[in-house]
Design a protein around this ligand. Structure first.
Ligand SMILES: Nc1ncnc2c1ncn2[C@@H]1O[C@H](COP(=O)(O)OP(=O)(O)OP(=O)(O)O)[C@@H](O)[C@H]1O
Ligand SMILES: [Mg+2]
Length: 296
């Protein structure tokens, strides 16, 4: 198989001494849609930021399109930056610019193309996301779903090989969110781009993923084909008895069940806090005695 377009090997990231990602391995192959899932605070956005080089790992290595971001010169980093697009959680459009100007900006900044060529490029991108007729509107004049699509047009401006999406359907109604999913699928197939999508919306995840990755508290529980996760999601309670603890945890997450290993863990930590009072109590089972026996 061709070498992966993204490769994370043993990646760890700490903030203020707190480990947010630990020993994370993830390969993404050309042309696939990889969905990264996990609860709030599990480290999804952090992993995305490490992959795009917003910050460097404390341990391990991240290769993007075969290159190690931390070893590139600023020029090398700039030219690598041009090869991927990002759709941020908010869409992040410039409010003082029309949609046309928003999409044109990265092309003007990164290329020497003539204005009339840029004009054509921008119109193609706006047409791809169904916003050509709104080219002259400002972000304040369009809906949330349209802003997301405009953000996508801008992410596509430089014909990226990889597209990163952080929670593309957050804050959208179900129909608009399904439209965004459809658009992600269409674009991936039409343009042959590789997509990495962070989401905790399961309907979206299963609609668009070729493969899926599940993070839990900074640990990568599993990276596998969509079919693997589908089986876990559909497994009965009896099937679940034969699963290992990671699989049971993933199953609860995928099904959104109110009871299971995730909630047991939370209840456990709550119980410990009630028993032993405030402070941060590890939710991991510990063999270390909480109180040191007093010597007489
Ligand atoms: N720049 C930062 N400085 C300090 N802590 C951070 C920073 N970025 C993230 N964190 C912490 O790292 C942990 C993981 O955050 P991250 O944003 O990656 O989670 P997430 O899985 O994307 O969550 P959500 O689903 O809520 O977006 C959180 O506890 C967060 O507070
Ligand atoms: Mg996030």
């Amino acid at each position: 198989m061709a070498s992966p377009v993204i490769s994370c090997r043993g990646v760890a990231k700490r903030f203020d001494g707190r480990t947010v990602l630990d020993g994370v391995n993830l390969d993404v192959h050309a042309g696939e849609t990889m969905v990264i899932m996990g609860g709030s605070g599990s480290g999804k956005s952090t992993l995305l930021r490490l992959i795009i080089g917003s910050f460097l790992p404390d341990e391990g290595e991240v290769l993007l399109l075969g290159q190690n971001l931390s070893r590139l010169s600023p020029d090398g980093r700039d030219s690598l930056r041009r090869r991927f697009g990002i759709l941020f959680q908010s869409g992040a459009l410039f409010n003082s610019m029309t949609l046309f100007e928003n999409v044109a900006l990265p092309i003007q900044e990164h290329t020497d193309l003539d204005a009339n060529i840029i004009d054509i490029q921008v119109r193609i991108k706006l047409e791809l996301v169904g916003l050509l007729e709104h080219a002259d509107k400002y972000p304040s004049q369009i809906s949330g779903g349209m802003k997301k699509r405009a953000g996508l047009a801008r992410a596509l401006a430089l014909d990226p090989e990889i597209l990163f999406y952080d929670e593309p359907s957050a804050g959208l109604d179900p129909v608009t969110s399904a439209q965004i999913d459809r658009l992600i699928l269409d674009l991936t197939k039409k343009l042959g781009v590789t997509s990495v999508v962070v989401t905790h919306e399961m309907d979206s995840a299963f609609a668009i993923a070729d493969r899926m990755a599940m993070l839990d508290k900074g640990r990568m529980l599993r990276v596998d084909e969509r079919a693997f996760f589908d089986r876990l999601r559909l497994a009965t309670d009896t099937d679940a008895l034969a699963m290992n603890s990671d699989e049971r945890l993933i199953r609860q997450f995928l099904r959104g069940d109110a009871e299971g290993p995730i909630t047991d863990r939370r209840d456990q930590s709550l119980l410990e806090r009630q028993l032993f009072g405030g402070g941060t109590v590890s939710t991991e089972p510990s063999l270390v005695p909480t109180r040191v026996p007093r010597k007489n």
